[in-house]
Design a protein. Structure first.
Length: 135
């Protein structure tokens, strides 16, 4: 939603991401965070159909470990694997910047900050529902 007479907009954002981390060259963990946020953006060129923006998202989500592989140093070096065994709720903050094309399509670079273990960069594309600028 674009606030009338201002370059500010707000909205709701939902994301599903996936990333992997390797610990001590023996353990690989794949995380799948699912987040929903309230977003607040400042649009730099409020009069045109294309505009750059920057803003912040604040929201909640859950983090799932969708794969956990580890090599234990035993006689035959067996690979152990578990799936879908860990989940916890989180608060997240997402500084963001990008471009909105023709008032509808967005390309966004954001950093999702959860804690030191679960912070990551993302490049997203999206479609804007409603919120067209008033001319």
């Amino acid at each position: 939603y674009t606030l009338s007479g201002t370059p500010f907009s707000c909205g709701i954002n939902g994301t599903i991401s996936e990333y992997s981390r390797t610990w001590e060259k023996q353990t690989s963990i794949t995380y799948t965070p699912v987040t929903s946020s309230l977003i607040f953006d400042y649009n730099f060129r409020d009069k045109g159909v294309n505009s750059a923006f920057c803003g912040i998202g604040i929201g909640f989500g859950t983090i799932h470990i969708t794969r956990y592989d580890t090599i234990l140093q035993t006689k035959d070096y067996k690979l152990l694997s578990w799936k879908n065994f860990y989940r916890h709720s989180v608060l997240c903050i997402s500084p963001r910047a990008g471009i909105e094309i023709r008032d509808r399509f967005r390309i966004t670079l954001d950093a999702t900050i959860i804690d030191s273990e679960h912070t990551y960069l993302g490049l997203c594309t999206g479609f804007v529902f409603g919120g067209k600028k008033n001319r």
